[in-house]
Design a protein around this ligand. Structure first.
Ligand SMILES: [Mg+2]
Length: 264
């Protein structure tokens, strides 16, 4: 039902524009401080494949992300990193061969799912719910409670990082996962089809409009400009750039992206 999915996504953006705004914008995965995010209490990572970890439709990590990926594994461990792609692990992936290759090459599981991002909330929550807790509080630290009648409690959703290069899929997914922290990676390692390029440009335009509107609204209400506290999770180490193709399309995209919130 791609048409229905697109229609609902558009409606969601119109009714609640803030869903397109990431919590953090970085140039690439190499600029994310995974250790600090783990220390801040985030319990797992949901990460995209195409143009985030690998070049489109490829199953190997972009070489310059090797150290960052190792840091991610060190902070969260392989089980708490879940690759969620709209190609690998879906019906577009015959016999799940891409998912298998990705798991082997990147050392993290790939979610097998039917509905595309951002409509894949339930399988993600089920995956993390089945994992053992990260750390159980020690007996001494536990407060002594009086015997109370057991009342069913709603499970607390895990605090997840949702990382990806697309606003309409990855960042919107982050807005649908309660308590999560969305990270937008701006670097495009290799351009995809014309349709994806147009969609990416539209997403950039919507994000630009919403960001400007939020600034204007705060000013109108007499509030101070928003302080970007998420910058503490950015790694300022220089990223080894892989040469981008120089085309007329890329020059338009880089001009539009120059207008968007700056990524460190
Ligand atoms: Mg992607």
């Amino acid at each position: 039902m791609p048409f229905l999915h697109h229609a609902v996504t558009t409606l969601r953006i119109i009714t609640k524009p803030s869903v397109v705004v990431p919590n953090l914008t970085v140039r690439s995965v190499a600029n994310i401080n995974f250790k600090k995010l783990r220390d801040a209490g985030y319990e797992g990572v949901v990460i995209d494949r195409d143009n985030c970890l690998t070049k489109p439709r490829q199953d190997d990590l972009v070489p310059s992300l090797k150290d960052a990926w190792a840091d991610c594994h060190k902070a969260f461990g392989p089980d708490r990193i879940l690759i969620v792609s709209n190609s690998a692990g879906t019906s577009k992936d015959a016999s799940f061969l891409q998912a298998e290759a990705l798991t082997r090459n990147l050392g993290a599981p790939v979610l097998l799912h039917e509905a595309p991002k951002p409509w894949v909330v339930k399988p993600i929550l089920h995956y993390f719910a089945d994992l053992p807790p990260l750390s159980a509080p020690s007996a001494a630290a536990q407060p002594k409670l009086e015997a109370e009648p057991a009342t069913p409690r709603k499970p607390i959703p895990p605090r997840l990082l949702v990382i990806g290069d697309r606003i309409s899929t990855d960042i919107l997914l982050g807005s649908r996962l309660q308590g999560s922290f969305s990270i937008w990676t701006k670097k495009v390692w290799q351009e995809e089809s014309f349709g994806v390029r147009v969609a990416r440009l539209l997403e950039d335009g919507v994000l630009f409009g919403v960001t400007r509107w939020r600034v204007w609204r705060r000013k109108r209400r007499g509030l101070e400009p928003e302080v970007d506290t998420a910058q503490v999770f950015v790694k300022n180490e220089p990223v080894v750039e892989e040469p981008a193709e120089s085309t007329w399309w890329n020059s338009i995209v880089s001009r539009v992206r120059g207008l968007l919130p700056k990524a460190t």
